[in-house]
Write a protein that binds this ligand. Structure first.
Ligand SMILES: NC(=O)c1ccc[n+]([C@@H]2O[C@H](COP(=O)([O-])OP(=O)(O)OC[C@H]3O[C@@H](n4cnc5c(N)ncnc54)[C@H](OP(=O)(O)O)[C@@H]3O)[C@@H](O)[C@H]2O)c1
Length: 411
């Protein structure tokens, strides 16, 4: 969008909920700053909610569309229509981008207009801008981090108080850190959508939500966290996107980190993302992962970038295969019968699958006897087969519990 003198830029606002209302307020409050930064004034041309506005009219009246409705229908049709009409679009909608990214980026490219979405990933942290612009021609090897504030709040509280998952979830809902229906957050699905977007940008390859396996935090037990604390570990729900074996691996899973890891001290509803590349070593950014004002601020930043005329274009440069089987270290928790020879039996099953133990502690006695171990890095498929084998042992009183461990400490 070039400079057109003092004529204001008209913004079509789709959705005026938590983020949309905060955006409208912020646009008004920061009007002078926006004008100073871009040479253009910006104003709301029309608002669409379920009870107000006509999309066709708003589209006709606007120069730029801000989509803050959420969901994929009708957001997808509206964003496509705006792009095809040659109007730049800003959205905070991760589901839309993770599910329909190919179609949306193609429409933006075909029309030669910008599609910006900083607020869709990691709230106010400018990770999209960093990957697309600062590291735009860097050979990124890995992007990973804590991209869901709800789960980070829950895990932080469980570790601090020793309370169970259900109790802490209820507390998070009361405090507004978790929604009434928290399933997308706690299952890892929300983080998976964000990692699909980051992987696409970092590796210039099409990645959709359906290709990202995810595990959530629902099954985490307070005693896992208690043992981990003793071992100097903290538990995070991590999203990881990395180059592996000529392809890319993108996954979401709960994971233990040692104290020296830059993500270990990220607590409460905060997010943090790390980018690794040979040319940059590693960069970590952290900040609030959500919130109406914070998200609106990221949306306004995108609007300002469009008005200022910067133009990153997302291009697919290759179709890298998705690598499903990768190597990981694991924490393994076994509730065992209190009999001689149990440890040897467990070791035999692990050995049969070429899975080796780094450290082991025996805890409790009688009905409370358990083996807690850390497993050396091995192929995940091999570890899964070993777990299946362990599950068949009569000496186990409950199914095995395992959580990945990242041993890297960055010191
Ligand atoms: N909240 C956050 O902290 C946060 C953080 C990062 C990203 N986001 C993303 O930002 C977007 C907006 O989130 P939000 O929390 O602001 O949502 P919200 O409070 O539920 O607001 C949604 C708005 O969109 C309107 N809307 C929804 N479906 C519509 C339809 N079919 N037709 C017309 N209008 C419709 C709603 O209209 P009514 O007012 O009539 O209901 C409401 O004004 C989502 O994509 C979300 O994932 C939110």
């Amino acid at each position: 969008m070039g400079s057109e003198g003092s004529k204001p830029v008209r913004i079509g606002l789709l959705g005026r909920g938590t983020v949309g209302a905060a955006f409208a307020r912020l646009l008004e409050e920061r009007a002078e700053a926006v004008a100073a930064a871009t040479g253009r004034r910006a104003e709301i041309a029309g608002v669409l909610t379920r009870g107000e506005g006509s999309f066709e009219q708003i589209l006709a009246d606007s120069d730029l569309v801000v989509e803050l409705m959420g969901g994929t229908d009708p957001a997808r049709e509206h964003v496509l229509a705006a792009l095809r009409a040659g109007k730049p679009v800003v959205t905070a909608n991760k589901q839309l981008l993770a599910q329909h990214g190919d179609e949306l980026f193609a429409a933006a490219r075909a029309a030669g207009v910008q599609l910006r979405f900083e607020a869709a990933v990691a709230g106010v942290i400018p990770i999209v801008r960093a990957i697309q612009e600062s590291f735009g021609v860097t050979e990124i090897s890995k992007v990973f981090g804590i991209v869901n504030g709800t789960t980070n709040f829950i895990l932080t509280e469980m570790a601090a108080s020793g309370a169970g998952y259900d109790e802490v979830l209820a507390q998070a809902q009361k405090l507004g850190y978790a929604e009434a229906d928290p399933s997308d957050d706690v299952s890892g699905a929300d983080a998976a959508a964000k990692m699909a977007i980051l992987a696409r940008l970092a590796f210039h390859t099409p990645v959709t939500l359906a290709e990202v396996p995810f595990e959530g935090i629902e099954a985490i037990q307070p005693d896992d966290l208690a043992y981990a604390k003793e071992l100097g570990l903290s538990l995070k729900l991590l999203g990881v996107a990395e180059r592996r074996d000529g392809g890319v691996s993108v996954r979401v899973f709960p994971c233990f980190l040692y104290r020296g890891h830059p993500l270990a001290p990220i607590e409460g509803p905060f997010n943090a993302v790390m980018v690794e590349a040979p040319a940059i070593t590693e960069v970590t950014m952290s900040g609030p992962g959500a919130g109406g004002l914070q998200t609106a601020s990221a949306v306004l930043g995108d609007v300002v970038s469009i008005l200022a005329g910067e133009a990153p274009v997302h291009e697919t440069r290759s179709e890298l295969p998705m690598v499903a089987d990768v190597t990981s270290s694991f924490y393994l928790h076994l509730e065992v019968a209190d009999r001689p020879g149990v440890l040897a039996q467990v070791a035999t099953v692990l050995g049969d699958h070429e899975v080796s133990v780094k450290s082991v502690v025996q805890r409790g006695a009688g009905e409370d006897a358990r083996l807690v171990m850390v497993i050396h890095e091995c192929l995940e498929s091999r570890f899964a087969a070993a777990i299946e084998g362990l599950g068949e042992l009569d000496e186990l009183r409950a199914p095995p519990r395992s959580i990945r461990v990242i041993e890297e400490q960055f010191q």
